[in-house]
Design a binder for this molecule. Structure first.
Ligand code: HEC
Ligand code: HEC
Ligand code: HEC
Length: 467
């Protein structure tokens, strides 16, 4: 009732003031910022669209308030819009004047709202009907997004017609110091890294099980049950930061964590370094590859991080398709890909289909109510790192490569099959109840993401292959 009254009151204000403010030019989109020279025609068009129709909510340095914005209720609503809009996308002057490039994540978000026609918001369009994006403008946005993606090193391997896709093929070859890779491989599989010599990294990140332990939560030293699901180490180099809550800035910093974590490998780094020094082969390797520092914690974690950069799983069927093999995907899988692009790629994009941002678990509907169990500390997600309320229940978007092997799903490992995971994602992240047919197609698509390691499909990789 209260909401309805508010709405009526606001409508009245708008009806009274909008035409006047418009007539006297208070809302006029005058004085657009010129685009820096050398930018493409597509960008010039997009810059105009953004300045005319988007910056009012998305650009703190360029907000033009309509005349009614000082009225009590309108003021609050506008402030709320600007706050929420700014939390998702900042269109800075540097960006729309062409001084600064936009990130792949922002491209994916812009593509999603353009395709869904969800921006500017419907409520706003009631008052500013001319601000709806025209078909021409939509096309300009999409053309520019394709143009930007074509410039990414990620899209090099894709055929020309598919360089504008939100997903890019993984590289067939990565250039790394192969001696360091071999040393990191040895360390990753060495039990000396745990307090009682029972666990290695592979205990929880088994390369024959999609780089995970395929268990709900990790089991640490002396059988201790952890609090969170083990993510895959394959393609982890594509994550902006490491861990579900992003508390490690890179792979090297990450590798220091589990060794000293009393719930995981339960060791002390000084002891580990001493134990490794007893092994003459390590003595030799480190002296050769890390002549300046020798065998130290920093050198050990560096070698592991280099090894992890080699854990890229190329040549999945989707990659073959993106590189031009038309029949690499079936009709159903292609339809699944289309559904994925319009519903999921705003969060799951890039070569690993994830890893680029933190997102709320439960955008459209509360996940934890749906799950039922009581909340744990791990459920706080990113909040545990930043202590900011706005980050509660935010998690790093997981990579979806090899997803058929990395069950059970989600940070709590609460879902053990892909069908349920996709149904839940549809409901809580997209706000859609997909039909079984649609879910089947998305799952079929997700299964085309299984790649190769050491030239063998991950589904067929054995302990022998990784020796
Ligand atoms: C009246 C204010 C308003 C205007 C004008 C507006 N937006 Fe938004 N925008 C919002 C709000 C509020 C949100 C956050 C809530 C949401 O996603 O619906 C948002 C979110 C977004 C997001 C993030 C969506 C996501 O999935 O996270 C993008 C991208 C975006 N807007 C682009 C645009 C573009 C492009 C335009 C111009 C064509 C535009 N917006 C115009 C208010 C606005
Ligand atoms: C006892 C099980 C266990 C062991 C042993 C273990 N990990 Fe993990 N690993 C986990 C869990 C659980 C997480 C997620 C923790 C979190 O996000 O809070 C994780 C996270 C990671 C991540 C981050 C991936 C991502 O998507 O954010 C990497 C990389 C990783 N581990 C590598 C290693 C390496 C290298 C070692 C050995 C030095 C190792 N792990 C040992 C359980 C383990
Ligand atoms: C708003 C961003 C967002 C959208 C849209 C989204 N996801 Fe997710 N997805 C996430 C986040 C965040 C997680 C991890 C959440 C957690 O575990 O608590 C996740 C997890 C997953 C997982 C489990 C991965 C794992 O390793 O446990 C799958 C599978 C998945 N998403 C598929 C999809 C599909 C399919 C769609 C489209 C129908 C979709 N997602 C849409 C953000 C999103």
């Amino acid at each position: 009732m209260k909401k309805l009254l508010l709405f009526l009151l606001l409508s009245l204000i708008v009806i009274l003031f909008f035409p006047i403010s418009n007539l006297i030019g208070l809302q006029g989109h005058n004085n657009p910022i010129p685009v820096v020279s050398g930018r493409s025609d597509n960008f010039v068009r997009v810059s105009q669209i953004l300045q005319n129709k988007c910056v009012d909510c998305h650009s703190p340095d360029m907000t033009r308030m309509p005349i009614y914005s000082n009225l009590p209720i309108a003021k609050q609503l506008i402030a709320k819009d600007i706050k929420e809009a700014g939390a998702r996308l900042i269109l800075s002057k540097k960006f729309y004047s062409g001084e600064e490039n936009i990130t792949p994540l922002m491209l994916a978000r812009l593509e999603s709202v353009t395709q869904n026609g969800s921006m500017p918001p419907t409520q706003y369009l009631l008052m500013h009907w001319m601000d709806n994006l025209t078909a021409d403008e939509k096309q300009s946005m999409l053309n520019w997004i394709t143009e930007e993606r074509t410039k990414l090193p990620w899209s090099q391997d894709a055929i020309d017609t598919l360089k504008g896709e939100p997903v890019q093929p993984l590289p067939l070859k990565v250039n790394l110091d192969q001696d360091k890779v071999a040393l990191g491989d040895k360390l990753f599989h060495d039990h000396l890294l745990s307090g009682d010599n029972t666990l290695n990294c592979a205990s929880c990140h088994d390369l024959t099980r999609g780089g995970t332990d395929q268990s709900k939560v990790a089991t640490g030293i002396r059988g201790q049950q952890g609090s969170i699901n083990s993510p895959t180490v394959y393609n982890a180099m594509y994550n902006i930061t490491q861990f579900w809550d992003g508390r490690a800035k890179d792979l090297q910093e990450q590798a220091a964590g589990p060794v000293a974590n009393p719930m995981e490998m339960g060791a002390k780094w000084d002891d580990v370094v001493e134990k490794l020094k007893q092994v003459s082969e390590y003595q030799k390797d480190f002296a050769k590859l890390y002549p300046e520092q020798g065998l130290t914690k920093t050198a050990v974690t560096d070698a592991i991080a280099v090894f992890e950069q080699s854990l890229v799983t190329p040549n999945a069927r989707l990659d073959q398709y993106l590189r031009g093999k038309q029949d690499a995907l079936t009709v159903d899988e292609k339809q699944g890909y289309e559904l994925f692009k319009t519903n999921c790629a705003s969060c799951h994009s890039g070569p690993a289909l994830g890893g680029l941002s933190f997102e709320k678990m439960g955008v459209k509907q509360d996940y934890f109510t749906l799950r039922g169990d009581s909340l744990t500390e791990a459920d706080n997600g990113r909040f545990n790192v930043t202590k900011q309320e706005k980050d509660r229940h935010f998690f790093k978007v997981p990579v979806l490569r090899n997803i058929e092997l990395t069950f059970p799903y989600f940070h709590d490992g609460s879902v053990d099959n892909l069908t349920d995971a996709v149904r839940i994602m549809g409901k809580i992240q997209v706000g859609k109840n997909f039909t079984n047919n649609e879910i089947g197609k998305i799952v079929a698509f997700l299964k085309t993401l299984t790649g190769e390691y050491k030239g063998k499909p991950l589904t067929h990789l054995t302990t022998e292959d990784i020796k």
